[in-house]
Every structure is written in structure tokens, then in C-alpha cells.
Design a protein around this ligand. Structure first.
Ligand code: FEO
Length: 170
């Protein structure tokens, strides 16, 4: 059993993870529409990762015999002004998700909910990696993406990314 406030925060995080998946799918579609299929692939895998994160939160709530609440997922409804725009948007988004995970962690700490803290440890680390990955991509785009040949090579590299399911045991 979990504290009600923790359960509510975890349920809210499920929605944020599904929204993240939706947002990255939207970004993937944008790049594919622009014939940058490698960028499209990179963001489609981001979307898969976010879906997997949502499923981990669902499993944790169910394993603790609490109720999962699936709320409406907002439309990303984004209009990207250039190729760099989604990259910057995804970094900003990951920073906000890190803050959200940290807020749940802080509440679990206050309540001495050590089980939830242990569950969230993986996400705290994962968020560090996610922020670094997207920040690296922003910087590499800055260096190479504004030159057509550089953009072509970067796109080809991003096309090789594959999805690896999280190995977290709950
Ligand atoms: Fe599930 Fe990118 O945070």
C-alpha cells in the first residue's frame, strides 16, 4: 500500500510519460515529413522509451495494490519553426520531467517511503542520461547540422539508433 499523495503523484507521472511519448512521436513525424528519417527514427525511439517509462509506473502502482488512473493525454499541437526547434524543445521538456520525478522523490523522502525512493532511483539516473543525450544532440546539431553535408551525415547516424527496453526490475 502507498500513501495517497504518492499514489496521486505517480498517477500524474504516468500521464506525463505518455504525453512525452506523444510529444516525441509528433517531433518524429515532423522530421519524417521533412525527409530527415534519421532524426525521425531517433525521436520515434524516444517515444518508445517514454511509453516504456509509463508502463513501469503502472506496474509499480499495481504491484502495490493501488489504483491506476489513466487521464486524457494532451495534444502536443506543436509548430516547429526549424530543425533545431524540436531539439531545444525536447531538452526543455526533459528538464521539466526531471523536476517532476524529483518532486515525487522529495515527497517519498518526507514520508519515509523508502520503497518508492528505491523505485525512483532508476528514473533519477535515467533523467540524467536523457538530459545529457538530448543536450549532446543539440550541440552536435549546432556544430554539424547547419551544413547540408553535416546534416546528411548526422541524419544517417541517427537512423542507426535502436530501442532497448528498460531492464528495471520492479
Ligand atoms: Fe520518461 Fe524522457 O522521461
Amino acid at each position: 500500500m502507498l500513501n495517497k499523495k504518492i499514489t496521486d503523484l505517480l498517477n500524474s507521472q504516468i500521464n506525463k510519460e505518455f504525453y512525452s511519448s506523444y510529444l516525441y512521436l509528433d517531433m518524429s513525424n515532423y522530421y519524417i515529413e521533412k525527409n530527415l528519417n534519421g532524426f525521425g527514427n531517433w525521436f520515434a525511439i524516444q517515444a518508445q522509451e517514454e511509453y516504456a517509462h509509463a508502463m513501469l509506473f503502472i506496474k509499480y502502482i499495481l504491484n502495490n495494490s493501488e489504483k491506476v488512473v489513466l487521464n486524457d493525454i494532451a495534444s502536443p499541437n506543436k509548430h516547429y519553426k526549424d530543425f533545431k526547434h524540436p531539439l531545444e524543445g525536447s531538452l526543455e521538456h526533459e528538464i521539466s520531467i526531471s523536476a517532476s520525478i524529483n518532486a515525487i522523490y522529495a515527497e517519498a523522502y518526507t514520508l519515509k517511503d523508502f520503497r518508492t525512493m528505491q523505485f525512483l532511483d532508476w528514473f533519477v539516473k535515467e533523467q540524467g542520461e536523457e538530459e545529457k543525450n538530448v543536450d549532446d544532440l543539440c550541440k552536435r546539431y549546432e556544430m554539424f547540422g547547419t551544413d547540408p553535408r553535416g546534416l546528411y551525415l548526422l541524419d544517417a547516424e541517427l537512423a542507426t539508433r535502436v530501442f532497448n527496453a528498460p531492464t528495471l526490475v520492479i
